[in-house]
Design a binder for this molecule. Structure first.
Ligand code: MRU
Length: 297
């Protein structure tokens, strides 16, 4: 548990990944504005600093803006947090219907309750299938460089009693070639208007592999992750992170000192590789259809 008593505390928690995952960032952003209002910090400056912490997840700016526009930012932040869990439950129920009995799902990064306020998006789909007796199991990508899969998704699934196997990211192709995967289900950090999806680095190669092996590739995300103002994936800002996340593992430096490192936190999966988008409003073949379903709900 981490107490954040100022916007600076919260910004440090976000940059340090103590709070991460797109929907959790949305709620945290709104809470940050509420915190600024409560402590007398100028709201616009707080909003700017919060949004600058992590540029890729659409939810962060969305949560900040929602709280800024509200007459009572604290009330709005609490509403966003409660709403997140309810939306994820609905999303999970829609997604579970896509999975066959005893589905072997491959997932990447952590899109479970630790990435949200609760329940999860991609893991919410698996949870809903588990709760309805469909007996899914999960291949959990460890997710280099900072191992959200090995550290967070594995922990969550263990607590939930959902069968899973932790694998190195590089094993996905072998699993698919061996007929051991029925579907790939991932979360998202930003979905552009044309349906291109930014998610944790390593998601795009999974989508390419899934297409090669004729497997469905599902993106599970709440509507707050969709960014209709962003025309396509080329316009999504991709966060670059510290070199030591790649060169140092568990406190041990594995690469020689001074090597050049490229550490992109996210990649973009082109919309053509996405089989369907699962949101709280249902399952849609395109991002436009997902937003239309939301508008008419
Ligand atoms: O760098 P992170 O850990 O914030 O990245 C998180 C992801 O990429 C998740 O897959 C995404 O935010 C969806 S979370 C429901």
């Amino acid at each position: 548990m981490l107490d954040c008593r100022s916007v600076d505390d919260l910004c440090a928690a976000i940059v340090g990944l103590a709070v991460r995952g797109a929907p959790a960032l949305g709620a945290a952003g709104a809470m940050g504005v509420a915190l600024a209002a409560a402590t007398g910090e100028p709201l616009d400056d707080a909003a700017r600093r919060l949004k600058a912490t992590r540029p890729t997840a659409a939810n962060l700016a969305w949560g900040v803006e929602r709280a800024l526009a509200a007459s009572d930012p604290a009330e709005e932040a609490v509403r966003i947090a409660a709403d997140d869990v309810a939306r994820n439950r609905r999303l999970g129920a829609h997604g579970a219907e896509l999975l066959p009995e005893e589905a072997r799902v491959l997932t990447h990064c952590n899109a479970g309750s630790l990435a949200c306020v609760g329940y999860g998006t991609a893991i919410g789909v698996v949870r809903a299938a588990h709760e309805s007796g469909r007996r899914p199991s999960v291949w959990v990508d460890e997710t280099r460089p900072v191992l959200q899969g090995g550290r967070l998704t594995a922990w969550e699934l263990q607590r939930l009693g959902i069968p899973f196997t932790l694998v190195a990211d590089v094993m996905a192709g072998s699993l698919m070639a061996g007929g051991e995967v029925d579907a790939v289900v991932v979360g998202a950090d930003r979905i552009a208007a044309n349906g291109d999806v930014a998610n944790k680095i390593g998601t795009y190669p999974l989508a390419v592999l899934a297409r090669h092996h004729d497997l469905p590739f599902y993106v599970a995300a709440p509507l707050s992750t969709f960014d209709p103002e962003c025309p396509d994936g080329s316009q999504i800002p991709i966060e670059r992170r510290d070199a030591d996340e790649v060169a140092v593992i568990g406190g041990h430096r594995l690469a020689p000192m001074g090597v050049q490192v490229e550490n992109r936190a996210f990649d973009v999966t082109p919309h053509e590789l996405v089989t369907a988008y699962v949101t709280e409003e249902g399952v849609a073949a395109t991002a436009v259809a997902a937003l239309d379903a939301a508008a008419s709900a």
